[in-house]
Design a protein around this ligand. Structure first.
Ligand SMILES: [Zn+2]
Length: 462
């Protein structure tokens, strides 16, 4: 048994049911789980390890609900800088097709380092392209060295261009192989227990890159093993037109037809959903990964997140793949979520100051999306807040950073309103991953050099 004592933080944000914010706060951890949270004076005085966080704010670890780690290799590719989703994908598919297992490994560590340095403690990733012998195992092994919790999606594409899909035939797989590999991964890696460091998710890529049959069979397989299902949905108007044209349904109705609804399903984006569809999510328990930066980058639109929240839909945040962001800073995504929700409210009349003006998202609501919201989307009742019995996943920021100068009136809101920098501490299951702003588990300069070499090689062969 090992114990950890974290103490003397200026403010500890619990995000518990009462949303307690504790001054001179701390917590006592045993074997990776929180045993006590409260004022430093109420906690035990010793532990195997003690961290003094005087002058810091502590928050629950952020949870990322949508990413494509491998895309860190194709940020800012000139041919994909100024297109919408379908144009962007068409420019990038051929480059992605050249990736190797080593590229998957390197890009996973790069993305996870960025996430950890922005306060993330649990990351979901959606890998749906497996060229040149790449496997989800490459990502899993790379992540194990970093130390963040991982929900690794066995993604897939099976509907190539010749059969009416968007991706070239060269990057799609046979459905039989996809399902067999999915089963292998679940049986080899999936850990459903509290404190789990690794879960497997099944995630056919999108309605325009897989067949309805693969969606159905993936759902059946996931339910056999009790694991979650994930896909992109209602991201763009092009997708909506594609579904109407090819299947005769709007995207959400199409998912319902394929048995892709329930508390074990979450969709990335859901920008283009109408009122009935939001109510349907609420009724059936489907979750949403809101990715505001990506939605702006690809001109997809603004997801109706405040309305989703009002109706009790589970909403988490995602940085999305690094080729449509082009970064993995989850704290920045919290800020973007707040700002874009306000822009939407403004477009809908909030600037009129009338009594019926739509409410503005607050900083604390934005933090809630990335903590409690993300935990509910991923089905993790052991994550999302700092309270006894939950995993000891947290991050801390020094309040004397330049970007918080003049913002001490409300340090909790400052974390969202002010420019996001790197965090000072990230702790996962009681283990320190980031200390004094530095990654403890990776040699970053070496990783960055390898990453840049791989990215140049992929692009050069274009
Ligand atoms: Zn995505």
């Amino acid at each position: 048994m090992t114990t950890l004592l974290v103490r003397h933080s200026s403010i500890l944000v619990t995000m518990d049911d009462h949303r307690r914010e504790i001054s001179d706060g701390g917590l006592f951890v045993r074997d990776g789980f929180i045993e006590q949270v409260g004022k430093t004076s109420e906690l035990p005085e010793t532990a195997d390890e003690t961290i003094d966080l005087t002058g810091h704010i502590i928050l629950p670890g952020l949870i990322n609900t949508h990413h494509h780690f491998y895309q860190t290799l194709t940020r800012v590719v000139p041919a994909a800088q100024n297109g919408n989703l379908f144009q962007w994908l068409k420019a990038l598919y051929p480059i992605w097709a050249r990736m190797t297992p080593e590229d998957i490994f390197i890009s996973t560590q790069t993305a996870l380092a960025e996430l950890a340095l922005s306060g993330c403690t649990t990351a979901s990733d959606h890998l749906y392209i497996f060229p040149n012998g790449s496997r989800l195992d490459d990502e899993i092994h790379a992540a194990a060295q970093v130390g963040l919790r991982l929900h690794a999606s066995r993604g897939s594409m099976s509907l190539g261009e010749s059969r009416g899909g968007l991706p070239p035939d060269s990057v799609v797989e046979q459905e039989e192989i996809i399902l067999k590999d999915s089963q292998r991964l679940i049986e080899t890696y999936h850990d459903p227990n509290p404190g789990s460091m690794l879960q497997i998710v099944l995630a056919p890529c999108s309605p325009f890159s897989v067949t309805p049959e693969l969606m159905r069979q993936s759902a059946a397989l996931a339910r056999e093993y009790g694991i979650h299902l994930h896909t992109h949905l209602a991201e763009t108007q092009d997708e909506e037109a594609f579904c109407q044209q090819k299947f005769g349904y709007r995207p959400v109705a199409f998912m319902d037809l394929l048995n892709w609804t329930g508390t074990d399903v979450w969709f990335a984006h859901s920008v283009h959903v109408n009122q009935q569809e939001i109510e349907f999510y609420s009724r059936t328990g489907c979750g949403v990964a809101h990715c505001p930066t990506s939605n702006m980058r690809l001109a997809s639109g603004i997801a109706p997140v405040m309305e989703m929240r009002r109706l009790g839909v589970k909403v988490g945040l995602g940085v999305d793949g690094s080729a449509s962001n082009d970064g993995s800073n989850l704290l920045e995504e919290v800020r973007q979520a707040m700002l874009v929700a306000r822009l939407k409210a403004g477009l809908e009349g909030a600037s009129l100051s009338g009594v019926s003006a739509p409410p503005l998202m607050t900083a604390r609501q934005a933090i809630e999306l990335a903590t409690r919201g993300g935990a509910s989307v991923l089905g993790r009742s052991d994550l999302g807040s700092l309270e006894p019995g939950k995993c000891a996943d947290l991050f801390a920021l020094r309040l004397d950073h330049l970007e918080y100068a003049g913002a001490w009136h409300d340090p909790v809101a400052a974390v969202v309103f002010c420019a996001p920098g790197n965090v000072d501490y990230t702790i996962v299951g009681g283990k320190t991953i980031v200390q004094d702003g530095q990654m403890k588990t990776l040699d970053l300069p070496v990783l960055i050099e390898k990453h840049n070499r791989a990215a140049s090689r992929l692009a050069a062969e274009n």
